[in-house]
Design a protein around this ligand. Structure first.
Ligand SMILES: Nc1nc2c(ncn2[C@@H]2O[C@H](COP(=O)(O)OP(=O)(O)OP(=O)(O)O)[C@@H](O)[C@H]2O)c(=O)[nH]1
Ligand SMILES: [Mg+2]
Length: 135
């Protein structure tokens, strides 16, 4: 079993650089959520993620990486940060999707990375099961 992993893409996260000034936590899942014009989906997807992780007792963080969406995704993210605080971290990146994921990984504190989209096509309720199967 990989000590560090990325669910969905399964790359060894051991090859990732340490986040600046911090070492990676063990058994922590960093959910990378790239957004472009996802203002309407974001509150629900974040709520579902928080529910799914907290009910299963899994250590996690959510990193929202927005590309300067013109629909006000950033404003919604700021409101969500007030509710969820340090569980939620916001990163901005002005490039395409691939580099957005890399940017998120560079700032992830977890030793496992979960990549998903904010379309609600990947339902957070399945993540604990993925994790169990992976172990
Ligand atoms: N930060 C960032 N997120 C993006 C970018 N392109 C897509 N996304 C997000 O990445 C996830 C997957 O995107 P896609 O489903 O491929 O594209 P989409 O923008 O949702 O468009 P459609 O699903 O085709 O309508 C979604 O949460 C998007 O909001 C980008 O350039 N930057
Ligand atoms: Mg989409």
């Amino acid at each position: 079993m990989l000590e560090n992993s990325i669910i969905a893409s399964l790359l060894p996260a051991s090859s990732l650089q340490e986040p600046e000034g911090r070492s990676r936590h063990q058994d922590k899942y960093s959910v990378l959520l790239p957004t472009y014009n996802k203002r309407e989906n974001l509150p629900l997807i974040v709520w579902l993620l928080v529910k799914s992780f907290s009910e299963s007792g899994i250590n996690y963080e959510i990193i929202i990486i927005d590309n300067g969406s013109p629909d006000g995704t950033k404003d919604v993210t700021e409101q969500l940060e007030k509710i969820y605080g340090p569980l939620l971290r916001r990163r901005e990146k002005k490039l395409g999707l691939g580099t957005t994921y890399i940017h998120g990984m560079e700032h992830a504190a977890g030793n496992h990375i979960v990549i998903m989209d904010a379309d609600l096509s990947h339902h957070p309720k399945f993540i604990p099961e993925f994790i169990r199967k992976q172990k």
